[in-house]
Design a protein around this ligand. Structure first.
Ligand SMILES: [Zn+2]
Ligand SMILES: [Zn+2]
Ligand SMILES: [Zn+2]
Length: 223
């Protein structure tokens, strides 16, 4: 399988360069796809790729995308389906359908549909409002629905939503959750509470501060 004879817009292999020229002329109105980023060696290996790798690969560019949501967006904005009334569109419906089938097989129907629609990661699981990005949505969630990350972790709705987001948009939530753990709202020093009342204090400075605070409270109580 020679990469130079392969039309990536159609997922079709020409038998020789003359046939490929004809294909470009008649099917693609003379359009020639830019050279691929993939090497011939990788291309030869495609049939051995796992389902996950195939799902994460743009079927036209053959580039790997770490984020499914990003890939769905890339495909919908860069590879519009071929339409004979719009000569600037080139991608074959069959090729895109095949990718959709792979995504279904890889993630299951429900998640696959959400990936393709690219909606759930931007929809607040609590009030169902939509946001421009996963980051905006998570910011809203932590601002409006939960005081901190710990509270969110106790919510089944949040857990289910974050599971999905971590699958299609990895890396975004853990960073935001961490921020809301150590954010401005949380105390500067974390007192590690053991299951049984006891409070452990991390450093002598903290012990001093704690003592000063206790003293102050005591004084105020006496006033
Ligand atoms: Zn083609
Ligand atoms: Zn692409
Ligand atoms: Zn909300």
């Amino acid at each position: 399988m020679s990469l130079t004879l392969y039309c990536r817009e159609c997922g079709w292999m020409a038998s020789d360069s003359i046939q490929l020229e004809e294909h470009w002329k008649f099917i693609h109105h003379g359009f020639r796809q830019p050279p691929p980023n993939i090497t011939q060696k990788d291309f030869d290996n495609i049939s051995n790729w796992g389902l996950h790798k195939q799902a994460h690969t743009c079927p036209v560019c053959l580039d790997h995308h770490t984020q499914m949501v990003g890939l769905a967006h890339h495909i919908s904005s860069n590879h519009p389906v071929r339409d004979y009334f719009r000569p600037m569109t080139h991608t074959s419906q069959i090729l895109l359908d095949h990718w959709v089938q792979i995504v279904h097989a890889c993630f299951g129907k429900k998640i696959a549909e959400n990936i393709i629609k690219g909606i759930k990661h931007r929809k607040c699981p609590e009030c169902r409002n939509f946001f421009k990005s996963t980051e905006d949505c998570a910011t809203h969630i932590f601002k409006e629905h939960f005081k901190n990350c710990q509270q969110a972790m106790n919510s089944e709705t949040y857990i289910n939503w974050s599971r999905y987001v971590n699958l299609v948009n990895p890396g975004v939530l853990p960073a935001m959750e961490k921020h809301h753990m150590d954010g401005k709202k949380s105390p500067r020093f974390v007192l590690h509470r053991q299951p049984d009342i006891e409070v452990l204090i991390d450093s002598p400075v903290m012990a001093q501060q704690q003592m000063a605070q206790d003293l102050q409270e005591e004084l105020f109580a006496q006033i």
